[in-house]
Ligand binder design. Structure first.
Ligand code: ADP
Ligand code: MG
Length: 254
């Protein structure tokens, strides 16, 4: 039997490509789940930063959580210079932060006003941005913010929210894959859950979970690959560390 080796998108995160047998399968949609402060935004920024600087793969950061300037400042504090990438046209930050819904501000070219805010308009903006810099990677921070939008706009009358989320994710996956992008969808979760609605993890090609346990014998920060279609991967819980100047590093992965 012939085994076809899939093409990989190297994350550049120390140890992660090793435990994924070479990287994330290219063109796939991966969900990154974890509670607050577990390192999801750092992971996403590092994925784009390494991609642009080491593998010549420009990227798009879709920012639904906070002001882009704040994102850049936070990431710079750990040594990930997103502003520099922007200037070099290796990164476009799509500003669709939910805070804009409350305060209407003048934005840059890749900005959505509250009236324009929808899953479709975000996808259209990603497409435009991806074509401009020939992007190969995209990070959406976060899908949880998008699902708030799906909830408030209630897309299909008579359908459950779960079904709405499922359909939205099918559409997002299909469109991003057609653009040739390898995607990290960030999902904020509470406790041990892998998703908010119990369907998201089934709709994506892979799930990576980040955890922070502050008490007990297992205390510390951990990463685990819960699912990754079309590749073998480590099934262990890996201890991680935040390293100034780099970002996330997996401590033991051999
Ligand atoms: N400059 C830094 N040096 C070391 N650790 C940092 C630095 N900046 C942030 N962190 C760590 O990263 C955490 C935030 O990571 P972040 O990716 O923003 O989390 P999330 O997006 O999952 O909420 C902080 O709580 C802190 O523990
Ligand atoms: Mg975050």
């Amino acid at each position: 039997m012939n085994v076809i080796e899939v093409e990989r998108c190297k994350t550049g995160i120390e140890g992660l490509d090793e435990i994924l047998n070479g990287g994330i399968p290219r063109g796939r949609v991966i969900m990154l789940v974890g509670g607050c402060g577990t390192g999801k935004t750092i992971f996403g920024s590092q994925f784009l930063y390494r991609g642009a600087t080491e593998y010549d793969e420009p990227g798009i950061f879709v920012n639904l959580e906070e002001h882009p300037e704040k994102l850049k400042q936070d990431m710079l504090s750990i040594g990930i210079d997103l502003g520099k990438l922007e200037k070099e046209k290796k990164l476009i930050i799509v500003d669709a932060s939910l805070s804009r819904m409350a305060f209407k501000t003048e934005g840059s070219e890749y900005t959505l006003s509250p009236e324009q805010f929808s899953v479709d308009s975000i996808l259209a903006l990603i497409k435009e941005a991806a074509e401009e810099i020939d992007a190969k990677r995209v990070v959406v921070d976060s899908f949880s913010a998008l699902d708030t939008l799906i909830e408030t706009k209630k897309m299909h009358v008579g359908m459950s929210l779960r079904e709405d989320i499922r359909r939205a994710l099918l559409g997002i996956n299909y469109r991003l894959q057609s653009m040739g992008l390898t995607t990290i969808l960030i999902n904020d979760v509470v406790g041990e859950e892998l998703s908010t609605h119990g369907v998201e993890e089934f709709m994506v090609d892979g799930v990576i979970s980040l955890k922070y346990q502050n008490v007990g014998p297992d205390s510390g920060r951990h990463l685990m690959v819960k699912k990754m279609r079309s590749t073998g991967h480590s099934e262990n819980i890996h201890t991680i560390e935040f390293v100034p100047g780099t970002g996330i590093k997996i401590l033991s992965y051999s």
